[in-house]
Structure formats: C-alpha cells, structure tokens
Ligand binder design. Structure first.
Ligand SMILES: NC(=O)c1ccc[n+]([C@@H]2O[C@H](COP(=O)([O-])OP(=O)(O)OC[C@H]3O[C@@H](n4cnc5c(N)ncnc54)[C@H](OP(=O)(O)O)[C@@H]3O)[C@@H](O)[C@H]2O)c1
Length: 239
C-alpha cells in the first residue's frame, strides 16, 4: 500500500496525476487543493475512487503546511508531488508568451508569487513532511519544475517564471544531496509543455501523453537517478 500526496490536485497535471494513481489502485491518494468546496471535478473523482482524500492546502500559507503536517502525524508518504505552480499574472495560455518579456516586468507580481509557490512551497512542504517520507517504503519527492528553468536553454523570455523554475531545479538538486543519507530520492521534473490551463491550446503535448510520461519517470526514480533533472519524455535535459 502506497500513499501519494499531490499539491494543486484540482486541475491540470495535479488532477490528472490524482486520477492516474487512483486508477492504479495501489493505495491512498492525498489530493490537496486550495478550495475543495470549488473543486467539483476532484470531488467527483473522489466519489468514484474512495481512496482519494481531499485536503485543503494553499501552498503559499506556511501555517497551513504546518497544520497539514500535524494532521498527517506519522503517516508514511511514499511520494510527495510538489505540483502546484503559478506562472505570474498572465500565463502563456492567455498571452501566447507575450507577458514577462523584457521591458514588461510587472514588479513584484511576476517575481514574488512564482517564487512563493514554485520554490518556497516545495521547500517548506519537504521540511514539514520529511519524516513522513522517510517512514515510507518508496521515499520519493518530486518538484514539478520546467524546461523553462534550464539556465543552459534560456529563451530570453518569461523572466520571473523562468527564474523561479531555475531556483526550483536548484532546490530539488540541493535536497537530493541533503537527504541522500536518509535514503530519500528527490528529482526536479519537466512535465512537458502541455494543454493545461497554464499551457493553453498552443502547447505541443496532450495532457494525457504528458501524464503517462510523468508516471513513467516517477516509477523509475531511484537513489541512482536522485538529483537528475528528469523530463516526461525521458530526454536528458541541460541544467
Ligand atoms: N502546462 C505546462 O505546459 C507546464 C510546463 C512546464 C511546467 N509546468 C508546471 O506544472 C505544474 C502544474 O501546472 P499546470 O499546467 O497543471 O497548471 P494549471 O492548470 O494552471 O494548474 C495549476 C495548479 O496549481 C494550483 N496552485 C496555484 N497556486 C497555488 C497555491 N498557492 N496553493 C495551492 N495550489 C496552487 C492551482 O490551484 P487553483 O485552481 O486553486 O488555482 C492548480 O491546481 C506547475 O508547477 C507548472 O509550473 C506546466
């Protein structure tokens, strides 16, 4: 029996991952989201799959993360999926990447929020739930980052978001070193440029294909691969 905890599970990749894990039927799925009362699709999914437990969590609220830690107590968590993410004020889906271009910075909106949600939240969640992960069989933590956070592949756009994802990559890599002695596996993972609300219709990859690839990468995470920058399609990504 495994337990998977997913942040931002009410839509996009988080929802699709909750569905995949529930369909596998191997254990519990703790599906966290900001507003369970508004998460109609997730509540309908939990009606179909009773192993899904919906818990409220705004990942930018550190007191709420600590309360979640208290609530979970010593419950083992095999896989912590730090998925919740934010682009900034206007995601690519609404602007076709026209936002966060040079000369158009919206300070501090496009910088502080992505850093709070994309970087500090996974770190705080990991610090809070590390004993739960350590007590599990699989001991895996993933941070959903992005190819956009690749410094080698800088595209000259998406400044605040890209900086937050580069920092998230570093955080995952740093955690993989800090937690290796405890047998805990940590990876940053690029989920694919896919047609979620964030990616929009212009994205290259269908959500179902991206999520199938993400599941394959989560399955192959091991102490040997810990710290690598994983991609949904198995490609080797440049830092
Ligand atoms: N889609 C892509 O092409 C793409 C590419 C590379 C990386 N990513 C990354 O993949 C992850 C998931 O993105 P997505 O495409 O599924 O985006 P999405 O469809 O916009 O969904 C984002 C999810 O994050 C949640 N979230 C945002 N801020 C939160 C907060 N403070 N607390 C809790 N939950 C919060 C949202 O909850 P609400 O519904 O409450 O807002 C929603 O569930 C993100 O980390 C994103 O950066 C996406």
């Amino acid at each position: 029996m495994t337990t998977v905890l997913i942040t931002g599970a009410n839509r996009g990749f988080g929802f699709a991952l909750a569905e995949q894990f529930a369909q596998r039927g191997e254990g519990a799925v703790i599906a966290c989201c900001r507003s369970p009362e508004k998460a109609d699709a997730l509540r309908a999914l939990a009606d179909r799959f009773p192993q899904i437990e919906i818990l409220p969590l705004d990942v930018s609220d550190h007191e709420a993360i600590e309360a979640l830690g208290q609530q979970l107590g010593q419950r083992p968590i095999d896989l912590l999926i730090n998925n919740a993410g934010i682009f900034g004020k206007n995601p690519p889906a609404t602007t076709g990447f026209a936002d966060q271009v040079f000369g158009n910075s919206d300070f501090p909106e496009d910088w502080i929020k992505p850093f709070k949600v994309n970087v500090m939240a996974p770190m705080k969640l990991t610090e809070t739930l590390v004993e739960n992960v350590a007590a599990s069989r699989q001991k895996k933590i993933v941070i959903i980052t992005s190819i956009v956070g690749s410094i080698a592949g800088a595209m000259g756009q998406m400044f605040g978001y890209a900086a937050s994802k580069a920092a998230a990559n570093m955080t995952a890599r740093n955690l993989s070193v800090a937690l290796r002695d405890r047998g805990i596996i940590v990876n940053p993972l690029h989920p694919g440029y896919a047609k979620t609300d964030m990616g929009g219709e212009a994205a290259h990859v269908e959500v179902a294909d991206a999520v199938a690839g993400i599941m394959r990468q989560l399955d192959r995470m091991s102490l040997e691969t810990s710290g690598e920058f994983l991609s949904f399609d198995g490609a080797a990504l440049p830092w």
